[in-house]
Design a protein. Sequence first.
Lengths: 221, 87
Amino acid sequence: MKHPIFIDGIVTPLNNHVLVEIEDTYSERVRESGVILSNAAHDDAKADSPGFHQSEFVVREGVIRAMPRFVALEYDWNPEDEFGVGDRVYWPIVNFHDYTVLKMNANNRVFLLVNYFDIYMKKVDGQPVPVNGYYLFTKINKEVSFMSASFLHNSGWYNLKRKGSKVNYTNSDANDRGEFKEGEDCFLSVPPFQLEADTSEEFNEKYFLAQKRHIIISQKC
Amino acid sequence: MGLFGLLVEKVHDEGERVTPSGIIIPGTINRTMIKGKVIATGEGSQSKKMEVKTGEVVTYNSVTAIEIELENKRYNVVDARQCLFIN
């Protein structure tokens, strides 16, 4: 892990960041069969692997060890403290390289300063629970006859599996956009985040995450 | 002082560190991020309050800091939004 900042104990993060403890997955992995998988996410591999950021080694989950004193809202919803110290949380890998790495001096624990609003899911009793306005979907194959080709290119029908429980839009207009129930089929206007590889395996399902505001049509089953 | 300005006094950081495996990391490495004791703070704004209090030690990026001299003492003026964490 390159250029970590050393700390002596748990610190209080600032500016909408949370302190997340991670397992250091930067080094290579050895399969049971003895095959060594090198770390394609490492900076040195950039030139050789244009898709380095898609590596399964990129850290995208951890346990929260400290929260900021308060969260300044950046969007039009109020997250109402959906997660806290001790929660196992997940974030999309797209922003990973912006995160600051902290390493505890005495016992070699590794932490990341992760943006509060990047976190899209937490694990409760072994089940995925979306947070920060995200909804959890599974992909379904459904014929689309009413949308233009430009929409179809990036979106599609998804089945709403689970909603975040504590999200209120601060803009009252947004609250009137409709309530969606778990089990409904929803058409998303943007491509959702997909839980990658081992994260999906953990939950035995291929899940997708998108925000409520990206649902443009729903169909009750 | 600006809304998010911090007047900080540099804290002398400890020198070399030894990792559990015995590797010695010299004290000169990683000096971009430095510690400072907060002497005075701005008021923050309505939408974003000032998170840091006077007397606390913060870690910040020295590249973004401005060095000033007051009464023969050197201080840094830092934007609180550029600080990473409170130690």
